[in-house]
Design a protein around this ligand. Structure first.
Ligand SMILES: NC(=O)c1ccc[n+]([C@@H]2O[C@H](COP(=O)([O-])OP(=O)(O)OC[C@H]3O[C@@H](n4cnc5c(N)ncnc54)[C@H](O)[C@@H]3O)[C@@H](O)[C@H]2O)c1
Length: 286
């Protein structure tokens, strides 16, 4: 039987590199190293060995990510089994920019804030699951048909990071997306989960921070792979946000309901929502 096939985005460095290496060396996967950075991506793939390949990808472009999936599926012999939507960046323009950085366009309108962070950290995750489902459905003949989808959120998706409000919003979004879609995707034999790492020293962090950060508050890369192993071990574990801190992984619950009415809305109203969305109203103009 052919080997299972994994794609890891942002695998040229840090967390993605660690997961790609774990899947390749410990779990018997063929691995596609997907990254924007050709130099680091090619290096990781060639270090792993012949059952790894590098595909240059910009996950913020739907077309680029769709090409990644098609190439990876063909390279893997007609199957895809694991997708880690991991590539991420911090805020590319500060919401708090000083007055002298505010620019107007030719019509005197304030120029749009650069929201690349949302495209890379959240939009690409959503499109990634959309693409993954398509290929998992078409993997049965080659021995696949079961999928593991993992997205990298952050502890900033559970708490917040005032320096990077877009980053925070994107990572909250990833958790909400995985919690909402995870249980539904069991029908597709796909589990959908998010990891929420605490501080792991990688190239994402500004170098000054790496110098200042106390050692006792560092989470090792090995903790990421503990979460990956938990997802691999259980085909029913889905819709989870798993916080990674120091040596431990914590399955985090959503916030508590403030009263019985909200508990009813949260737990019992789905049948009513289902009726509404079976025949969604035609909405004109938007
Ligand atoms: N390091 C931490 O402390 C920490 C904590 C919580 C969450 N995270 C998240 O972990 C993920 C991985 O980050 P990391 O810490 O390993 O950082 P990293 O900078 O070491 O790795 C990120 C990789 O993503 C790639 N990348 C960036 N934009 C891309 C794009 N548009 N398309 C494809 N690849 C792209 C980069 O080239 C890089 O190789 C990110 O989503 C990050 O937000 C990191």
């Amino acid at each position: 039987m052919s080997k299972p096939v994994a794609i890891v985005t942002g695998a040229g460095s840090g967390i993605g590199e660690a997961v790609a290496t774990h899947l390749y060396t410990q779990k018997g996967y063929k691995v596609v190293v997907a990254d924007l950075n050709t130099t680091t991506g090619e290096k990781v793939a060639s270090t792993l060995g012949p059952d790894a390949t590098f595909i240059q990808t910009d996950v913020s472009s739907y077309r680029s990510q769709a090409q990644l999936f098609k190439k990876a599926y063909e390279w893997g012999g007609g199957r895809l089994d694991f997708f880690h939507a991991n590539a991420g960046i911090d805020d590319r323009q500060s919401l708090y920019d000083e007055e002298d950085k505010e620019e107007l366009d030719e019509d005197g309108l304030l120029k749009k804030l650069n929201t690349k962070t949302m495209e890379v950290n959240l939009e690409a995750v959503i499109q990634g699951l959309w693409l993954f489902k398509y290929y998992v459905r078409r993997s049965k003949e080659a021995g696949g048909g079961k999928g593991k989808f993992v997205a990298t959120s952050s502890a900033a998706g559970l708490y917040h990071m005032p320096q990077c409000p877009q980053y925070t919003a994107s990572k909250y979004g990833v958790i909400g997306f995985c919690r909402a879609s995870g249980p539904e995707f069991l029908k597709e034999n796909i589990t959908v989960n998010a990891i929420c790492p605490a501080f792991i020293p990688t190239n994402l962090c500004p170098p000054e921070i790496l110098k200042l950060w106390p050692k006792e508050h560092i989470t090792p890369l090995s903790t990421v792979n503990k979460a990956i192993d938990a997802f691999l071990a259980d085909d029913k574990l889905t819709g989870q946000a798993v916080e990674l801190s120091q040596e431990n992984i914590y399955f985090r619950k959503q916030v508590e309901y403030p009263n019985e009415s909200q508990k009813w809305v949260g737990e019992k109203s789905n049948e009513i929502w289902d009726v509404g969305y079976q025949a969604p109203p035609k909405r004109e103009g938007y």
